[in-house]
Ligand binder design. Structure first.
Ligand code: SF4
Length: 377
């Protein structure tokens, strides 16, 4: 594969939300941001030299809170990627933003610097629930951020929501999503809150059936408002699917930059792909990029069998499912030959469906995705 997506992890947040399990560091002093950028620039040079033939067609700034960085700092990164890598003219450049860390000037600066898709972590509009999640923004800031992004000229906006929050009722979730639709974003993502057993929110989580009712309602409501359900958690207006995230779900090449970032790259020497992940430690990240130009920790070259399994597991997240023909084209062997008995079992359990040479989750399979995935592992 010649084309590749780029993910840049910007790990700083003003404070840590109680449910967060990302690689995050609470920002103590502004200088840390420029310190981190220097390390990123070294990594950009290293990978541009390592993969001179790759053509970057998506860039995604994730976090953390990328919007803590100035528009100039983000533009500097975009410029560095465009200078050192080949890029496509229709480059999708997304940036995750916390509603309380944007201003009109910053959003305009980001737009001028090349960012053409912004994703706000709204989570909920209800003050009581924002407090339970320990989010730092208010309902007013969330609405203001959306309107400022429109005023700055963004024509591709995603809003993230969480359901299954302790003490959240179905009507509260319905109000959140209805309000989101009334704003008219191009993309809406809804994530089920999941935290480990030792998290303080864990004993307060609603019953599985309550979350399932919420999810079912969202899956009915958003398509009725013109948002196509194209991935388990993602809904978009026509032609506004997130091109970057589709790379993960279709097992296409992506390069991860920054602390804790993961990559999947195919080369003529490694046709089934090569996974590598950067260290999770900021100190080690700084030291390694300084000394070696990169901060790879774990590395793994995939066998054909591993790539087949990963292809299947990631594609199943897509509502259209896995194309049996495309699978055979990529791997030169039939999916049913490798996984026929598991597929048959899941068809009988009404978790999978087989339509016109596509294997896809049923509505029940979407609700119980983990049960489906476990069968293939
Ligand atoms: S803003 Fe996002 S990344 Fe930062 S602590 Fe909260 S959940 Fe984690």
């Amino acid at each position: 594969m010649k084309n590749a997506g780029v993910y840049i992890h910007l790990p700083y947040c003003a404070r840590r939300c109680v449910y967060c399990d990302f690689t995050v560091s609470v920002l103590k002093q502004e200088e840390e941001l420029s310190w981190y950028l220097k390390a990123l620039h070294r990594e950009i040079l290293f990978y541009a030299q390592s993969y001179p033939d790759k053509i970057v067609d998506t860039i995604f700034f994730g976090g953390g809170t990328p919007s803590l960085f100035s528009a100039r700092q983000i533009s500097g990164l975009v410029t560095a990627f465009c200078k050192h890598f080949k890029t496509t003219p229709s480059l999708e450049i997304s940036l995750e933003a916390n509603p309380c860390s944007v201003t009109l000037a910053k959003l305009k600066g980001l737009k001028e610097g090349g960012v053409n898709r912004v994703s706000f972590g709204m989570q909920t509009f209800h003050p009581k629930l924002l407090e339970i999640l320990q989010r730092s923004h208010s309902q007013g800031q969330a609405l203001m951020a959306y309107h400022l992004a429109r005023e700055a000229g963004f024509q591709n906006i995603n809003l993230d929501f969480i359901f299954g929050i302790p003490r959240q009722s179905l009507p509260e979730l319905q109000e959140d999503i209805q309000r989101a639709v009334s704003l008219g974003p191009e993309h809406i993502s809804t994530y089920h809150l999941s935290v480990p057993q030792n998290n303080p929110l864990h004993p307060l989580l609603p019953l599985e059936e309550v979350s399932a009712d919420m999810y079912e309602w969202v899956m009915d409501f958003l398509p009725s408002c013109g948002y196509t359900h194209y991935e388990v958690s993602a809904f978009s207006k026509p032609s506004f699917q997130c091109a970057h995230n589709l790379k993960y779900w279709k097992l296409h090449d992506y390069l991860g930059f920054g602390v804790g970032a993961s990559s999947y790259i195919t080369t003529p020497q490694m046709p089934w792909g090569h996974h590598f992940k950067n260290t999770d430690s900021l100190q080690v990240y700084w030291k390694k990029t300084h000394e070696e130009g990169h901060a790879k920790g774990q590395e793994e070259v995939l066998t054909k069998e591993q790539a087949q399994k990963e292809y299947l597991l990631t594609h199943l997240r897509l509502i259209e499912g896995v194309s049996l023909e495309e699978y055979e084209e990529r791997f030169g062997s039939s999916l049913m030959k490798s996984y026929g008995s598991i597929v048959d079992k899941l068809l009988t359990w009404d978790l999978l469906d087989s339509v016109k040479k596509m294997l896809k989750l049923t509505p029940r399979g979407i609700l119980y995705l983990n049960k489906v995935l476990v069968e293939f592992m």
